[in-house]
Design a protein around this ligand. Structure first.
Ligand SMILES: [Mn+2]
Length: 199
């Protein structure tokens, strides 16, 4: 497990599950206002997953992704460390976007040492251990081969697949998006005739 130490006097802020998307501009506006004001007064901002409703690859240059990257990079430029742990929606955020947005990527879980306190940081979906189908899908979505195959598709196709599963549902309903990803994988597996691929 990743261990991270922060100074006892540091001001830390924790946020998660904003599920930013184009259909909820008020949430994006509130987040940008937060980055410009309250977040400026902390030393480290921890974003614990599902910042975005969906993520189809760091090459996605939709305006929302660009705007948020610029705002985060501005905060980082002002001296605030920004730690990012992926969630079950934006698990494909990787080094490319992290670089543009000034993020340090965190593994899930991560144990934070803060003076004499220890804080366990997780997105939380790994704790749904009774939901065996979900855990199987989760393992598959974190599989490097599956991710490579998905990311090798053209950007418009990836966007369409992600929107089909995640676009209109309310935040918090993680299962629907995951099921969409699974359906996608089943189709892809058949296309590539990979008989051993899990589905
Ligand atoms: Mn989530």
């Amino acid at each position: 497990m990743l261990h991270l130490e922060v100074g006892a006097g540091e001001r830390l802020l924790f946020i998660s599950d904003l599920h930013l998307c184009e259909s909820r501009p008020a949430t994006t506006a509130a987040f940008l206002a937060f980055l410009g004001d309250e977040a400026r007064r902390c030393d480290q901002l921890f974003i614990l997953g599902d910042l975005f409703e969906y993520w189809v690859g760091d090459d996605d240059d939709r305006p929302l992704a660009v705007t948020v990257a610029e705002a985060l990079a501005g905060l980082h430029g002002d001296g605030v460390a920004i730690r990012f742990m992926a969630g079950n929606r934006d698990f494909l955020i990787a080094a490319g976007y992290a670089e543009r947005a000034g993020l340090s990527l965190l593994d899930d879980p991560c144990l934070l040492h803060c003076g004499s306190d220890r804080l366990l940081l997780m997105h939380g979906d790994s704790l749904c251990v009774d939901d065996l189908p979900y855990q199987a899908v989760r393992a598959q979505l974190r599989d490097r081969d599956w991710q490579r195959q998905f990311l090798s598709q053209p950007l418009p196709e990836r966007r369409q697949q992600a929107r089909a599963g995640a676009g209109d549902e309310p935040p918090g309903d993680a299962g629907k998006a995951e099921r969409s990803w699974t359906r996608h994988h089943r189709r892809s597996s058949r296309r590539s005739q990979a008989p051993d691929a899990p589905c």
